[in-house]
Each structure stands twice: as structure tokens, then as C-alpha cells.
Design a protein around this ligand. Structure first.
Ligand code: ADP
Length: 257
């Protein structure tokens, strides 16, 4: 089954910027799909359409067969975990509170403000904190006192709180050093494999994309210029993605079997 479907999607922002053009992509359940491209290529725009933060100006987006549109948003968002480049945690709150925030779609904001998380969710948060390699002492620490790598571990734990079928990771390692980036991507991939989670993850580092992706989709100037397994992502493809080709020309399209 295809968990994510983009069908001839185009995005034009109100100021006239054409961020995506005719992008069609179907991501099967359980795939770790990396969206590769330089800054401004359209990666964030593509990812943000999955949870309805950006609406397509043409074409359709489906999550688990459900079209993403205003009336389906609530249901769709409950099935998506998000991991952000700048972590998007609450710095003054504890690790435990931040991880529990991932359960907001289930418990509701009012109950959450009162700290009324049911015991199974609290146990789940503890289990996840351990699974991302933080020890119990971290639960009560404030997020602002953690390193970037530790903060992104918290971000991963939060994203998996409700075992979502889909996780969207928007440049999750852009603010981390190479070693920490690998640790974080290892964790993300391991958790996703264990849970059968479909991951759409944007990266701008080619080596990391090749190492972690089941499939690489590359964007340039809002067009898909490559779609295939990491092994097919040759240097010639990369020059297309990163700029030695003529601007805006779709030079190459390989389709994964
Ligand atoms: P990437 O994530 O690959 O860096 P983005 O999806 O953020 O690319 O941006 C794609 C293009 O759309 C860029 O030209 C960017 O400047 C533009 N863009 C992004 N968000 C907006 C917005 N809210 N309004 C206008 N243009 C935008």
C-alpha cells in the first residue's frame, strides 16, 4: 500500500514563487524516503503538504488513502509525527514533558496543561527516552540544558509517542555535527524499521542520503530530477541536483522499480 501519494502536485506561494511543479510520488508503507536538494529546491514545501501546512495549488496529496484537505486535517495530523531542524521543543520544559507533547492529539491540550497524561502514555514516554539513548536522569532535565544531538533525540521520541504510521523529518540533522547526525539518523531509521513507519526525510547531505535512504527523491527548482535507489544516485545525478545542469531543466528521471 502507498502511504503517501503526491499526484501532479504544484505549489505557488501568494508572492508568485513557484515552489513545486508537477511532482508525482508514491511512497509505500515502511519506506525510508529521503528528499534531497539544495536550499530552496522545494523540500520543506513538499514535506509541509503532508500535514496540510501548505496546500497544493494543483494536484492532490493523500496520506493512507485520505486526501489532505481542511476537513480531513485533524485525522491526518493525528497519524503523522514531525521532526524539525530546530527541534521545536519547549526549552524551559523537561524532557518528559516534551516527549509527552507528542501525545497531544490523543489527550487534548486542556488535559495536557494540567499534566493529566494517563499512566500508559507516561510509561511510553519513559520507554522512548530510553530507546533514543537518553538515561532516566534526563527525564527531569530541562531541554535547554541538553546538547543539540540530545535535543533531537527528544524530538524523535516525541514524534514516535503515538506510533504514527508516518513520520516527516524536515532536515533533522542540519544543525548537528557529522557524527551526531549519523547517530540521530541511525536512531530514526531503527525506530522506523521496528515500527514499520513510513518516513519522508529531507536532507541536503548526499552522503547521508545514500547511507540511510531506501529511496532518494531529488528536487531542483521545484521539479523532481531523480527518483531511485541510493545505488543509482551517481555523481552525474548529483551534478544535476546540485547545479551543473542548466537551471530548471529536468535532466534526468529514473523511476524506482
Ligand atoms: P527547501 O526546503 O528545499 O530549502 P523550500 O520548500 O523552503 O525549499 O522553498 C522552495 C521555494 O519556495 C524557495 O524559493 C523559497 O524561497 C520559497 N518559499 C518557501 N516558503 C515560502 C513562503 N511562505 N512564501 C513565499 N515563498 C516561499
Amino acid at each position: 500500500m502507498d502511504m503517501l501519494e503526491f499526484d501532479a502536485v504544484a505549489v505557488r506561494y501568494p508572492d508568485g514563487t513557484q515552489a513545486l511543479r508537477e511532482v508525482s510520488l508514491a511512497v509505500p508503507a515502511g519506506q525510508f524516503c529521503v528528499v534531497l536538494g539544495s536550499s530552496g529546491a522545494g523540500k520543506s514545501t513538499l514535506l509541509r503538504m503532508v500535514n496540510g501546512l501548505v496546500a497544493p495549488s494543483g494536484g492532490t496529496v493523500r496520506v493512507a488513502g485520505v486526501r489532505v484537505e481542511p476537513r480531513s486535517l485533524r485525522g491526518v495530523r493525528a497519524r503523522i509525527g514531525m521532526i524539525h531542524q530546530q527541534f521545536n521543543l519547549v526549552p524551559r520544559s523537561t524532557v518528559a514533558a516534551n516527549v509527552l507533547c507528542g501525545a497531544l492529539p490523543r489527550v487534548g491540550t486542556a488535559a495536557a496543561m494540567l499534566g493529566l497524561f494517563p499512566a500508559p502514555l507516561r510509561r511510553k514516554a519513559c520507554e522512548l527516552v530510553a530507546a533514543v539513548g537518553l538515561d532516566e536522569a534526563h527525564l527531569a532535565r530541562r531541554v535547554r540544558d541538553l546538547s543539540g544531538g540530545q535535543q533531537q533525540r527528544v524530538g524523535i521520541a516525541r514524534a514516535f509517542m503515538l506510533d504514527p504510521p508516518v513520520v516527516i523529518a524536515d532536515e533533522p540533522v542540519a544543525s548537528l555535527d557529522p557524527r551526531t547526525s549519523r547517530e540521530v539518523l541511525d536512531l530514526l531509521r531503527r525506530r522506523a524499521r521496528e515500527r514499520g513507519t513510513t518516513v519522508l526525510c529531507s536532507l541536503h547531505q548526499v552522503d547521508l542520503a545514500r547511507e540511510y535512504a531506501d529511496r532518494i527523491v531529488a528536487l531542483r527548482h521545484g521539479r523532481m530530477v531523480f527518483d531511485g535507489p541510493p545505488a543509482a544516485c551517481h555523481p552525474s545525478v548529483l551534478s544535476t541536483v546540485y547545479g551543473h545542469a542548466r537551471d530548471g531543466q529536468p535532466m534526468l528521471r529514473e523511476v524506482a522499480s
